[in-house]
Design a binder for this molecule. Structure first.
Ligand code: NOJ
Length: 750
């Protein structure tokens, strides 16, 4: 009887939805809740606790042990088990041979592609193109689903202001608005239509504040005052909830003295009570047990108690829950009712994903989708759109396809694994097309290749001779600098963020040849490349572009397309400038360019107490290497004619802000126009610039388009320490090509 009801539940929910409209959304939710309650009513305590455990592949001593656990309902999800047939068999056993037939979740980190690898998320974000990114995540889901995965631990939506942090590669940058837009796109792309066999449950991670690790050292402590937490770090998570993300992952970090995997304020007060989030919340790997190391729990039992009370439904990989929850109930420390609440959240995801209903053998899925031509074409398009042109003296780029000879040099020119970037469990370096391969195919014997350095940290100058010889024979040099994928990503933080090794030395030798020197940087973070920037004639920042790095770079180098990417993070001149981000506050003593005195210009015997009492660095000054939103093109855009539909906004109105953008060069391409505001006076101080909108659009040479944004009172809202407010007063507004340039206007909110 029960099986019958479950079978028809999704259809019933669907029919109710179709025939009765919105009011019955509540009814279908109630129906689902009732179904979950009935199911929980049939579960033993052991089966409930089993649902709360996610076992990693290899947890059980043998496949037989694993199957026994599945049959006995001692596990709710697996992590890193894949292979369509193996997954189907385990799922079949869960559904047909366990007492209540509850299906399993199969989770895996599919972060920026499954086999077709897209640029690292920071690269994807440089496209400022949410539809392209949504499509990339859909493709990733389709490929992963064909291997039995039904849940991915993406998107990673932490905000960071620290390029030392290795996981900056996995973020979509420093800005809460931009990250929220990508969050929506990624969740929608991953989940698609939940009824479809290719739907994967998405996971918003890491809840919350993980990107503020002190000194950029992974897993480190974070202190985030509530206004900053709510105005910046929680924003993307709210966007994830709004986009329907089925799951949230808690983080590793200690937030304001309380580890995030046991943090009642964030997990319960905000997420459940305030936001009414109905999805499933699970721990990061071992993050429950790690509360012992944090000094917040005395032992595993205590850790389990803290986490389950705070709101963690499922434990990843470790055993604090399965070993202790029953004991905690027996000791009266927690109630079975609390366990029921946690299990309900887990079952809800399984119902919403249609796992009770979807056939185990997914005949609709075919592994032919893996590396499909259309997937690779999209990987190439997105990689091309993710690259940012930082310098292009004398229009050195694009190069003519008729070039007589070209040198391809550098440790990243032929690095098929490293070009894929961090988090590529399933990426295969044999699928990668490297720049060396592409340029060789295009130019044949006109191409002169020499690695120069075998890898980024290579200290040997043995390869310099060949590199200089290749350069000597060529009309131009493409130097592929950067860092390998292992230098970014989880736990891979750096204190020094320059180009590793002696790459700068080789670049300086190549510069001496007098040949046009084009630097292409492949990296997982914004590196401090000031000295290399000065030496190079052009710099293209390619991040780790993925499988199709070579073709995408060639598309831009030879001018089949213009670079369009813009930076989703500020580039610093050196690690000492960190943190530097556009959302910063003004201070009481802001410096202007004319206030800046450089350390070399201070008279030797200066007896002055200070050099102007302004907020600046004597060595770096007040500007970053490149500001947020920056990126050049093969054409030039001119912004003019800023117009505001009214100078006064009130609680019920909207201001339309517009500007003309003209392509004044001779290359057809896209521009990304950005909208910023500044709230001049607030009950707490407000940032100097807040991104509030962006639009990407194509312009033919000579063409002008009018770009228009709406500002509503809600866009001015912020958390002031007590509550969300929209305060009356004066605002600046800019439309421009990046966070420092642009046309400025002003309006008042009354
Ligand atoms: C730890 C990482 O922090 C998290 O992002 C990842 O999803 C899990 N490990 C599982 O691999």
């Amino acid at each position: 009887m029960f099986q019958l009801k479950l079978k028809y539940l999704p259809l019933l929910i669907f029919l109710i939805g179709v025939f009765s409209g919105c009011q019955n959304e509540n009814e279908s939710t109630a129906l689902l809740d009732a179904e979950i309650k009935t199911l929980i009513g049939k579960m033993t305590l052991d089966e409930k606790i089993g649902q709360m455990f996610q076992a990693a592949d290899g947890f059980y001593s043998s496949e037989e042990e694993l199957k026994k656990a599945v049959r006995e309902g001692r596990v709710g999800s697996f992590l890193n088990i894949q292979g369509a047939e193996r997954v189907a068999e385990i799922q079949r056993m869960a559904k047909e041979e366990s007492r209540l037939g509850i299906p399993l979740l199969f989770g895996r980190d599919v972060i920026h592609g499954y086999r077709t690898i897209f640029p690292i998320p920071l690269g994807m974000a440089s496209s400022w193109d949410t539809s392209m990114v949504k499509k990339a995540m859909r493709i990733s889901a389709v490929e992963a689903a064909s291997m039995g995965i039904n849940w991915t631990f993406a998107p990673m939506i932490d905000i960071t202001w620290d390029p030392r942090w290795g996981r900056i590669a996995e973020t979509t940058g420093e800005d809460p608005f931009l990250t929220s837009q990508f969050t929506k796109a990624m969740v929608e792309g991953i989940q698609g239509d939940l009824n479809d066999p290719t739907a994967l449950a998405a996971c918003a991670k890491h809840f919350v504040g993980y990107g503020m690790a002190e000194a950029g050292r992974d897993y480190n402590t974070t202190y985030i005052p509530e206004p900053l937490l709510r105005n910046v770090h929680l924003k993307p998570f709210k966007a994830a909830q709004n986009a329907g993300a089925l799951t949230f992952m808690s983080a590793f970090n200690d937030l304001n003295g309380v580890p995030t995997s046991g943090n009642e304020f964030t997990l319960k007060t905000i997420l459940r009570d305030e936001w009414n989030y109905k999805g499933m919340v699970f721990s990061d790997w071992a993050s429950i047990e790690e509360m012992i190391s944090h000094g917040f729990a005395s032992d595993k039992k205590h850790a389990a108690e803290i986490a389950v009370k705070a709101g963690i439904d499922m434990e990843m990989a470790t055993t604090a829950y399965i070993e202790n929850l029953k004991k905690l109930i027996e000791e009266g420390k927690i109630s079975e009712e609390l366990i029921n609440e946690r299990v309900a959240n887990i079952l809800r995801v399984k119902f919403q994903l249609g796992l009770f209903d979807k056939p185990v053998e997914n005949t609709a899925l075919s592994t032919d989708t893996i590396l499909a031509g259309s997937h690779l074409a999209h990987a190439r398009e997105l990689a091309r759109n993710s690259m940012v042109l930082l310098k292009n003296s004398h229009h050195i780029l694009p190069l003519s396809k008729e070039i007589r000879s070209l040198a391809v040099i550098g440790p990243l020119a032929d690095a098929p694994h490293d070009q894929m970037g961090t988090w590529v469990f399933d990426g295969n370096e044999e699928d990668s097309e490297t720049p060396k391969t592409t340029f060789q195919n295009l130019l044949g014997n006109k191409l002169h290749y020499a690695a120069g350095l075998e890898y980024s940290r290579d200290k040997s100058k043995n390869g310099f001779i060949d590199a200089l010889a290749a350069a000597g024979k060529s009309d131009a040099i493409l130097f592929f600098a950067g860092e390998e994928s292992i230098l970014s990503g989880e736990a891979n933080s750096r204190g020094i963020i320059n180009l590793p090794g002696i790459q700068a030395e080789l670049i300086s030798e190549l510069k001496k040849t007098g040949k046009p020197l084009i630097l292409i940087v492949m990296a997982g973070r914004p590196l401090a490349i000031q000295q290399e920037l000065e030496m190079a004639d052009a710099v293209l920042y390619a991040w780790h572009p993925g499988t199709m790095a070579g073709p995408a770079i060639a598309d831009l180098v030879f001018g089949d397309y213009s670079p369009t990417g813009k930076l989703p993070v500020t580039f610093v001149k050196g690690a000492g400038q960190i943190p530097f981000y556009h959302y910063r506050k003004n201070t009481g003593r802001p410096a202007s360019k004319s206030d800046v005195i450089h350390i070399d210009d201070i008279p030797r015997n200066s007896k002055q107490l200070s050099l102007g009492f302004k907020s600046t660095h004597l060595d770096y000054g007040i500007e970053p290497l490149f500001p947020f939103g920056y990126g050049l093109s093969y054409t030039k855009f001119q912004y003019s004619n800023l117009k505001l539909s009214t100078k006064v906004l009130n609680s019920t109105s909207t201001i339309s802000v517009s500007a003309d953008v003209q392509n004044i060069g001779n290359f057809e391409t896209d521009e990304i126009a950005q909208l910023y505001i500044r709230d001049r006076v607030g009950s707490i101080t407000r940032p100097v610039k807040e991104l509030k909108g962006f639009k990407k659009f194509r312009l033919m040479p000579g063409e002008t388009k009018n770009v228009q944004f709406d500002i509503k009172p809600k866009d001015l809202e912020f958390f002031n320490g007590e509550k969300f407010v929209t305060e009356q007063g004066d605002f600046d507004v800019w439309i421009g090509p990046n966070s420092v340039d642009g046309l400025k206007g002003e309006f008042a909110f009354e």
